[in-house]
Design a protein around this ligand. Sequence first.
Ligand code: NAP
Ligand code: ZN
Ligand code: ZN
Length: 347
Amino acid sequence: MTLAKAYAVSSPTAAFAPFQVERRAVGAHDVQIEIAFCGICHSDIHQVRDEWGGSKYPMVPGHEIVGRVTAVGAHVTKFQIGDLAGVGCMVDSCRTCPSCERQLEQFCQKGSAFTYNGTEMDRKTPTYGGYSSSVVVDEAFSLKVSPKLDLAAVAPLLCAGITTYSPLRRFKTKAGDKVGVVGLGGLGHMAVKLAAAMGAEVTMLSTSPSKEADARSLGAHHFGLTSDPATFKTLAGSFDLIIDTISAPHDYNKYLGLLRLEGAMVLLGVPPEPTPVAAGSLIFGHKVLTGSLIGGIAETQEMLDFCAEHGIVSDIELIPVQQVDQAYDRMLKNDVRYRFVLDMKTL
Ligand code: NAP
Ligand code: ZN
Ligand code: ZN
């Protein structure tokens, strides 16, 4: 067992404060990672503020973790001391249920061990995330990270990257497909980069006129301002696929009208309150409305390798850990370009 430095909240309304977490002794299949950087995902805010219910405190958030391996267990084969490694939203699963066998560990039927605000598979030991100096994780849930990319800007790939890559692959995005991305934040900017790298014709659908130039430089070919009702008329019936990343309640029906015949809209954002969907929005045009949860471990590695091959990283603002509360406030004011990353050497 080692003590790791961390930043934690003690309640949904508390500010972050220094905290210590116990990391387990490095087991035979474990790697110990000295955390260099951790991204701030909007899911951290939802959970810190208990917007989804059932949050556990003290909470050390963070599931966009990158760093260097400082110890390996006797049976570890994938990593050596000194290697770069990443950890995303999960640290374990049962590995034998039908979901795990299909490499969809996020849907483990026994319940995945999420990186924080959860427990290990023993259902007792709480998990603490990446706003911390180190972590110990089974090598099966640790990802290889290419030294070719800027490490701080790789961190957000561990959640924002895989969460947007997975549905693009599930819907077999290819050259010429028309993809709409809704919401230009952490997830949205990765969706634009990844869809463009897959050859899609990308339209950014945003409430923020000030983000148009950025959307285009990230790789979007078109920009639609969603606060202007005319956008929904001009673009009606256009898209093969819509990736919806909005974190707040909004009218899905309006966006379903933008799909072509048999087109699909994938919900990634998790607003705290439900929104009604009219049957007609789906019936007319055989529209598909679905969701997607992060991605399995093998697909996460595939995404990291794809990003290394295409030189894709996140656009980040690197901040000291002491500024995490201000970063949350700025994200809620839609003031992030496009992911905050905590520099863990400031801890
Ligand atoms: P973010 O960086 O805060 O971006 C959210 C974007 O949504 C904003 O930049 C804004 O884009 C738009 N938006 C925000 N409030 C809005 C409102 N009231 N009306 C319309 N648009 C609004 O958040 P993120 O980290 O990308 O996360 C987005 C959501 O995905 C969160 O709910 C998060 O929990 C969820 N998430 C889900 C998964 C999964 O596996 N499904 C994984 C990670 C995160 P514009 O300025 O362009 O309009
Ligand atoms: Zn996340
Ligand atoms: Zn399982």
